[in-house]
Design a protein around this ligand. Structure first.
Ligand SMILES: Nc1ncnc2c1ncn2[C@@H]1O[C@H](COP(=O)(O)OP(=O)(O)OP(=O)(O)O)[C@@H](O)[C@H]1O
Ligand SMILES: [Mg+2]
Length: 515
């Protein structure tokens, strides 16, 4: 066990950390913080939801003073919502030092960002595209930056941000500290590390094979056309607090969230073709539990930290094992439990086995849940709601009528009918979903990529067993992949994945998607 006292942090930072409810350092924090404070370049890999943000945030905040008027730290993140969320976490860590972290991302009014920049932020948390815009407009100067962090470094590579990162880092002095963080470090990350890091320390918290993983992982083998009813049944049966459903394309996400709404679920969609306003709204509703089901493309796969997410559903198989690790890692964070369900069509079963090999984790097969199981789950919830109501005892005005009806009808009949009414069976409402093609075998590109659905060693998801006390909740925003990516694609908007990965970049993907 490592307490934060061991890092010799200043008192104001200590106070902030304990206000956030952190009692002890997570393993990655224990390992990374001393090197980071020492000023070493760092490659840090640790499971999803184990506190990598604070692992780089704490050393950063420690070394910056309120009076500093230059941008001295730069954090790059692949998506908008992640940039916002990381900025929020840095903000919490630095609240007693009153530092001025600023998120800079596409989709937000640039004039507003320019005004915010006039307040002399010391830490910029940005997505690559918008950051380059500011550099070109000379509204951001990076010549005083001494620390650079690439959060989800491998994802930024995969999204094709290499050139942008090169262009951005060419503006930063050579004499600097650079750190990479991610839960996955595919082989091609070496390219990036060799270019941008000097004599880096490698820190890796690999999960113990024996430790009980905090995310229980299941898969269901089914036909494409069975997916939607299966999802509904699982939602009924499992009754998640909050759930994230991942779909492959933007069209898929739109259709799915609409279909779920039709069936009476409180769901909404998130993908890169929505306006920033819409994205912010959806994320806010989800964080405040005003919607229970977030349907999203991989835009929400990385870094997103929403407390209360008990279930992740891969409605469509993710494009590669790394993506699986990150999607599933949206639950089971900070030592909490979670469940992940993956839908696999018969032709895709090899991909699932590749995921198992990569994550070194067996995924348990489950049958398609039956209607009876789903109904039982829904009835259970109705019963719980009823009991809750009885305990509140504020239904005085119904009691007269209840007595009258009980005189006429048998009590069991009466209650059963009331429960049926409350449970609401809407499984017969017709919905329209355009079928997705099965995931194809990946296109051969280069060495690094060829191994992606192969045997590369990656950590699986799942949290450490550390505790968190106090009144803390997760950060209060989420993440993006906005026009930074959009401007790179010529495909028809709605059919696209949010992930310009090897499928999307290949002809095969285009054909299957445009069908
Ligand atoms: N020392 C700690 N004690 C308790 N909770 C912590 C601690 N450090 C971080 N947390 C909380 O754990 C959650 C996950 O942290 P964070 O988002 O940094 O994970 P991550 O490792 O970056 O995950 P991902 O790989 O998904 O990006 C957050 O809600 C964060 O506030
Ligand atoms: Mg993170």
């Amino acid at each position: 066990m490592t307490t934060f006292n061991e890092f010799q942090l200043e008192e104001r930072l200590h106070r902030a950390i304990s206000e956030m409810g952190f009692e002890e350092a997570t393993p990655i924090q224990a390992q990374a913080i001393p090197h980071a404070i020492e000023g070493r370049d760092l490659i840090a890999q640790a499971q999803t939801g184990t506190g990598k943000t604070a692992a780089f945030g704490i050393p950063l905040v420690q070394r910056i003073e309120y009076a500093e008027e230059n941008i001295v730290s730069l954090i790059l993140a692949p998506t908008r919502e992640l940039a916002i969320q990381v900025a929020e976490e840095i903000n919490k860590l630095s609240r007693f030092k009153r530092l001025r972290p600023l998120p800079i991302y596409g989709g937000q009014d640039i004039g507003r960002q320019i005004r915010a920049l006039k307040k002399k932020p010391q830490i910029i948390i940005g997505t690559p595209g918008r950051l380059l815009d500011h550099i070109n407009r000379k509204t951001i100067r990076l010549d005083k930056v001494n620390t650079v962090i690439l959060d989800e470094a491998d994802e930024m590579l995969d999204m094709g941000f290499m050139e942008d990162i090169q262009a951005i880092l060419s503006q930063v002095p050579e004499e600097r500290q650079t750190m990479l963080f991610s839960a996955t470090m595919p082989p091609n990350i070496r390219r990036l590390a060799e270019q941008f890091l000097k004599d880096p320390v490698h820190v890796s918290v690999v999960p113990k094979q024996v430790s009980a993983p905090s995310v229980t992982q299941f898969y269901v083998e089914l036909h494409e056309r069975q997916k939607f009813d299966t999802l509904c049944r699982l939602l009924d049966k499992e009754s998640p607090d909050l759930a994230i459903v991942f779909g492959r394309t933007k069209r898929r996400v739109d259709e799915l969230s609409e279909a779920l709404q039709k069936r009476g679920y409180s769901a909404d969609g998130l993908h890169g073709d929505l306006s920033q306003n819409q994205r912010d709204n959806v994320m806010r509703k989800f964080r405040e539990s005003n919607i229970d089901v977030l349907v999203a493309t991989d835009v929400a796969a990385r870094g997103l930290d929403v407390s209360g997410v008990t279930h992740v559903f891969n409605f469509d198989l993710p494009q590669d094992p790394e993506s699986y690790v990150h999607r599933v890692g949206r639950t089971g964070r900070a030592g909490k439990e979670g469940a992940a369900w993956t839908f696999v069509t018969h032709r895709e079963i090899d991909h699932l086995h590749a995921i198992e090999r990569t994550t070194r984790h067996r995924i348990t097969k489950k049958p398609v849940p039956t209607m009876a199981e789903a109904i039982e789950g829904k009835q259970q919830i109705t019963a719980e709601r009823l009991i809750e109501l009885i305990q509140k005892d504020d239904h005085q005005e119904y009691k007269g009528l209840a007595i009258q009806m009980l005189e006429q009808y048998d009590s069991v009949h009466l209650l059963a009918a009331a429960m049926k009414l409350l449970t609401g069976e809407n499984n017969d409402i017709q919905v329209n979903l355009t079928p997705e093609e099965p995931l194809r075998a990946k296109k051969r590109r280069d060495d690094g990529r060829n191994r992606r659905y192969g045997n590369s060693k990656q950590g699986s998801s799942g949290g450490g067993g550390y505790r968190r006390g106090g009144n803390s909740r997760g950060g209060s925003y989420s993440r993006d992949r906005g026009r930074d990516y959009d401007r790179r694609s010529s495909q028809k908007k709605s059919d696209r994945s949010d992930r310009p990965n090897r499928y999307e970049r290949s002809d095969r993907y285009d054909r299957s998607e445009r069908a």
